[in-house]
Design a protein around this ligand. Structure first.
Ligand SMILES: NC(=O)C1=CN([C@@H]2O[C@H](COP(=O)(O)OP(=O)(O)OC[C@H]3O[C@@H](n4cnc5c(N)ncnc54)[C@H](OP(=O)(O)O)[C@@H]3O)[C@@H](O)[C@H]2O)C=CC1
Ligand SMILES: CC(C)=CCC[C@@H](C)[C@H]1CC[C@H]2C3=C(CC[C@]12C)[C@@]1(C)CCC(=O)C[C@@H]1CC3
Length: 346
């Protein structure tokens, strides 16, 4: 085992700190007086008070350098769900998380805060006010979710091994959005620009959680600060949402109209769209060796757009005093304002 110096409780590392959530998280950590090391496969920016370590989280030696004298590790790295690359998810989310845990143990890290996802219980059918004790999806909607389940199990199991002397907790956000998000708003506007956002899938009444990134950050920091040997957080998972379920299509319409695009108006039956998406996905799979096609409406996206999926965050409120800091209306305004380059006509 490596020689250790007692780490300061204000020294932390953010694995995946160049990403959307990771960068917001470390900005807030710096504001709160933490010293932050970033570990990421790419360096996207520079920030005073932050030390960058570029590397692959599957590389234990590289990780050990970034975790030296660190007390808290936030692990929020993952390949993007849209990559749909099974081998990559397996390598990074499962094998890589195992490596992160080993490196934390070796470096004498005290707490690991893992970013999981509420979708670990989602199978493509309605979830209303789902609590954390729902069973993991037996048929996860994609490879990404399949490996997020395994990742969460790994971090929870390691917490049971008391002699390892470090504590873990998993945060399950849902539908994160906000400034600099490379997924939700850019994908939505790209679809609108290509004339694909004219239709509402289903009757449009399905409620979904969309969570502002600053609220997700707040949940992570509360978890780190409340995670102690005798606390109920040890080894548990916590939903972190805006606690304001919204109709999926109202939310999309507000973003679209805020950026100058028309909201979708015509309804299409859910089963029809899902069937077409499945067919296109199968065709893309068969043609993959010859040509790589990525349909905008994957079966996963159709399921997310046409079903209820919202989650209770009562457990986070009770155990760590969580309350969302930014309400949905304000969050949408801030998000829309942060994408001037995606405005219609820009
Ligand atoms: N966005 C969302 O709506 C939700 C996200 N989550 C979870 O939140 C976390 C953060 O997501 P988000 O910020 O959106 O994702 P991002 O893709 O923006 O950030 C992830 C970061 O991790 C990096 N990374 C990927 N693979 C490795 C690797 N092998 N070693 C080191 N770094 C790596 C990425 O680099 P690169 O970009 O080069 O791949 C990227 O910088 C993830 O765990 C995700 O599963 C959970 C629920 C919802
Ligand atoms: C129908 C359509 C083209 C909508 C555009 C928005 C979508 C790109 C997002 C709507 C719900 C989002 C979502 C995720 C990614 C972006 C959306 C599909 C996740 C899959 C990201 C990773 C997770 O852990 C779960 C998220 C669920 C919601």
């Amino acid at each position: 085992m490596a020689t250790r110096t007692r780490p300061s409780s204000k020294r932390c590392a953010v694995i995946g700190g160049s990403g959307f959530l990771g960068r917001h998280l470390l900005e807030r950590l710096v504001d709160r007086g933490y010293t932050v090391n970033v570990f990421d496969i790419r360096q996207a920016y520079e920030l005073p008070g932050v030390t960058f370590h570029r590397g692959d989280l599957c590389d234990r030696q590289a990780l050990l350098v970034a975790l030296k004298e660190v007390s808290i590790v936030f692990h929020c790295a993952s390949p993007a769900p849209a990559s749909d690359d099974r081998a990559l998810f397996q390598r990074v989310n499962i094998d890589g998380t195992r490596t992160v845990i080993q490196a934390c143990h070796e470096a004498g890290v005290q707490k690991l805060i893992l970013t999981s996802s509420a979708s670990v219980v989602f199978e493509g059918t309605d979830i209303k006010n789902g609590r954390e004790d729902l069973p993991y999806a037996k048929k996860p909607i994609d490879y990404y979710t399949e490996t997020k389940i395994q990742q969460e199990k790994l971090s929870s199991e390691i917490n049971q091994i008391k002699e390892k002397g470090f504590l873990t907790v998993a945060i399950r956000p849902h539908g994160i959005f906000g400034p600099r998000d490379p997924q939700l708003v850019p994908i939505l506007i790209d679809a609108a620009r290509r004339g694909k956002m004219k239709f509402i899938i289903g009757d449009g009444s399905n409620l979904v959680d969309f969570t502002y990134v600053e609220n997700v950050v707040h949940g992570h920091i509360l978890a780190a600060e409340h995670l102690k040997a005798d606390s109920p957080l040890c080894g548990q998972a916590y939903h972190i949402t805006n606690d304001e379920p919204v109709r999926f299509w109202d939310f999309m319409s507000q973003i679209l109209e805020g950026l100058g695009y028309s909201a979708p108006r015509y309804h299409l039956p859910y089963t029809l769209v899902y069937g077409i998406a499945l067919l296109l996905w199968l065709i893309a799979l068969v043609l993959r060796p010859l040509i790589r096609i990525k349909p905008t409406f994957s079966p996963m996206r159709v399921a997310l757009a046409g079903t209820h999926h919202y989650y209770s965050c009562a457990r986070a409120k009770k155990d760590m005093g969580y309350q969302p800091l930014v309400p949905l209306r304000e969050a949408i305004v801030r998000t829309v304002e942060s994408y001037p380059h995606l405005r219609k006509g820009a």
